[in-house]
Design a protein around this ligand. Structure first.
Ligand SMILES: C[S@@+](CC[C@H](N)C(=O)[O-])C[C@H]1O[C@@H](n2cnc3c(N)ncnc32)[C@H](O)[C@@H]1O
Length: 237
């Protein structure tokens, strides 16, 4: 919630809706035992998923080292995030997710593999990028299968917007990459249009080849089962 003028409060448009945060027993177990190892607490704004302006995190202190940083926005159940962290022990991975049970699943997977190069922030990833990540500090940003928000009146909720792409561009180091995937053609086309007009440069002539490190998540499998094409996009600062 932001306050405009003296008295008129309004909510920021966000890319998610609040859902019941019920966890299954294995999520509860993971949350109870391993949350402290992976969750980074941040100063909040007015919503439980918001980040206070000027909240700051010293990532080198959090990870206990200085390493290339990668951010995933909307990490869901953590399949991609955990695979990335496992495949790149030399990279520190920060995941933003707003849905607590999904984050508990991610925590469980990180703990099962004993990974130490990933941390999670239960917050809106756009606000996280804005307030918790320094300009030109990221090796890569991942955004896989963001919610499509099909109805035209909901398009303003889509994560891929000119403002978000400018922010990503600013937070990437020169040469850093923004990777995205979606199984919704109209969103893919919009993503490409928005990103082509952003300060980032498209890496491939047409669509990017499927990012080989991206594991098949339930969203991709569901899209393929329904006969949809999966589109990958890759842009460089
Ligand atoms: C369709 S799911 C995809 C999850 C995952 N990337 C995958 O491929 O399996 C989209 C996820 O993004 C999360 N999400 C939506 N808006 C977000 C935001 N602004 N910041 C962080 N997470 C967000 C949702 O809670 C949901 O878990």
């Amino acid at each position: 919630m932001v306050v405009t003028g003296e008295t008129r409060p309004h909510r920021d448009v966000v890319s998610f809706v609040r859902r019941s945060a019920r966890m299954n027993p294995s999520q509860e177990r993971a949350w109870r035992h391993h949350r402290a190892a992976y969750l980074v607490d941040v100063a909040r704004g007015p919503m439980s998923t918001s980040v206070a302006p000027q909240a700051a995190v010293d990532w080198a202190e959090v990870f206990g080292r200085t390493a290339p940083l990668l951010v995933e926005i909307g990490a869901g159940n953590g399949d991609s995030l955990v695979a990335t962290a496992a495949a790149h022990p030399d990279v520190d991975v920060i995941g933003f997710e707003v849905f607590e049970p999904s984050m508990a699943s991610t925590v469980g997977k990180l703990a099962a593999q004993g990974l130490t190069n990933a941390r999670l922030v239960l917050a809106d990833g756009v606000q996280g990028l804005r307030w918790l990540v320094a300009p030109a500090s990221l090796e890569a940003v991942h955004m896989f299968f963001p919610d499509p928000w099909h109805k035209a009146r909901h398009h303003k909720r889509r994560l891929v917007s000119p403002a978000t792409c400018s922010l990503v561009a600013d937070r990437l180091r020169p040469g850093g990459v923004f990777r995205l995937a979606t199984d919704w053609e109209d969103y893919a086309l919009t993503m490409r249009e928005v990103l082509d007009a952003s300060p980032l440069t498209r890496v491939h002539e047409g669509w990017a080849p499927r990012f080989e490190e991206r594991p098949m998540t339930k969203y991709e499998a569901r899209g393929i089962a329904a006969g949809r094409t999966v589109y990958d996009l890759c842009y460089r600062r």
